[in-house]
Design a protein around this ligand. Sequence first.
Ligand code: NAG
Ligand code: NAG
Ligand code: NAG
Ligand code: NAG
Length: 544
Amino acid sequence: MITAFILLSIFFTVFSAPDFSQTLPATVNQGEWHLLHASIGISAMHMQLLWNNKVVIFDRTDFGPSNLSLPPHLCRHDPRDHALQTDCTAHSLLYCVDTNTFRPLKVQTDTWCSSGSVLPNGTLTQTGGFNDGDHVLRMFTPCDDYSCDWVEFPGYLSQRRWYASNQILPDGRIIIVGGRRQFNYEFYPRSSRGSNLYTLDFLRETRDAHENNLYPFLHLLPDGNLFIFANTRSISLDYKRNRVVQEFPPITGGEPRNYPSSGSSVMLPINETQAIEAEVLVCGGAPPGAVSQALRGNFVSASLTCGRLKVTDENPNWVMEEMPVARVMGDMLLLPTGDVIIINGARLGAAGWEYGRSPVTNPVIYLPFGDVNRRFLVMSGSIRPRMYHSSAVLLPDGRILVGGSNPHVYYNFTNVLYPTDLSLEAYSPPYTSPAFSSLRPHILSLDENLLYGQSFSIVFNVCEYTNDRVLSANIVAPSFTTHTVAMNQRMVVLRVESVMQEVGNTYRLSVVGPSTPEIAPPGYYMLFVVHSGIPSHGSWVKIH
Ligand SMILES: *[C@@H]1O[C@H](CO)[C@@H](O)[C@H](O)[C@H]1NC(C)=O
Ligand SMILES: *[C@@H]1O[C@H](CO)[C@@H](O)[C@H](O)[C@H]1NC(C)=O
Ligand SMILES: *[C@@H]1O[C@H](CO)[C@@H](O)[C@H](O)[C@H]1NC(C)=O
Ligand SMILES: *[C@@H]1O[C@H](CO)[C@@H](O)[C@H](O)[C@H]1NC(C)=O
């Protein structure tokens, strides 16, 4: 971490003054943007990377035709759809990272503002949506041919789940929390006996005058309880006993952080090389009343602050920091190095139809353990605004896949301020630069099946090996991203037992699998070897 910071800071010393609009010297490495597709035909509102390097992307069904055709035999016929009862366009697709190609998928019912998680066996489970889709559970099992598509289970959910959040649990179940006017949670799979629905007053208490505290931030804590953040307050919930174990102090400053005051949050990497701690970082948002102001044409400044809460402290307290630029609707993702990228969104207004202004197209990288005055590094900007209904996910090669943006009820490409965006881009952070190729590790082989607390080995090579202290093996769970929430995202820094030189530039790392399913629930993770702040490509491993 420290080395990563030193390496990066050589390139970024100019950013000590938090003035992101200054002209940046061309020699500074701020990463690069690449356009992958000018149009994939749908706007990437929700995205999930699967273990075969394919990304399931979907939008909603009720805005009319998309710009991607379905094969004629797959046309939707849905008398309950609000826009088109017969629809031969796709609202979901499967993007293949390795070939940069995509094919349409068919969703029958409305997936608007829904949530998802990947089961331990690699199947994506998506929950809820709007209208005829709000009680539906959908599954997508990855395949290596063209055979896989969505399978829907209408009526599976006990309540309407529109703007809910999901988290995978240590036993492989999924908890589905909240949604509009839902002050409760339920599980997948539903219990065979008794009720599957549990009341959570915290969600009732934290909503604002317009019933909003949507898409709560969820993080599974290493003690097995669930951290839930809604607007300004947060708790630790023992979901097995339906009991609030602890309430934390409200975030300093009183600005709400959940939809439509959409900020974002991550749990910082759980580090197995030291005493287990859990720390949550929440950045951006919008002040109370931002939506009513926007309705009057007054687009107020988004939140400038991030808060950090070390949940495992005896008396946890928020520590506030200022970002170089205010942001609402920003996505936060953990990078393979353990740093955090804040990407997409706007400087003014709020989430929701037409409520955002002044796009922030420059990502910011936050170094959690960097020098307090130089933790935020401003990166190069895209030319495309990514406003409401945009999303971002981390790819195994360390790039960030970015898509979506549609602040309108329909697809509108002309006569609007921020036209519906159907493009797909990738942002390559500074560590992907060829300038670091001599430091970059390459994984040659590894045990793909990890057992809790058991040693396994990773063989890698690197041109210029520096020393053991700058070497780590980090696993990252791929997120289900929508509406600034990267559900299920987590990183665990594994304990390295030994590093041995094999031949020449080849090394064997002996690493211990995560200690418990509370630290890393079972399933697929990307494993990155990080050397001197430069990550390898991620290799998929499965934790059993
Ligand atoms: C994990 O902890 C070790 C030991 O304190 C430290 O050197 C390393 O930087 C930490 N890694 C991350 C990603 O925080
Ligand atoms: C989508 O299709 C509409 C209608 O055919 C067309 O006007 C528009 O340019 C297309 N947009 C993109 C980005 O492909
Ligand atoms: C994973 O489990 C679910 C639920 O039991 C099942 O529907 C799905 O087919 C399984 N996927 C694989 C790849 O076995
Ligand atoms: C957006 O598209 C819809 C449907 O095509 C249309 O009815 C509406 O007038 C458009 N809005 C604008 C501002 O052009």
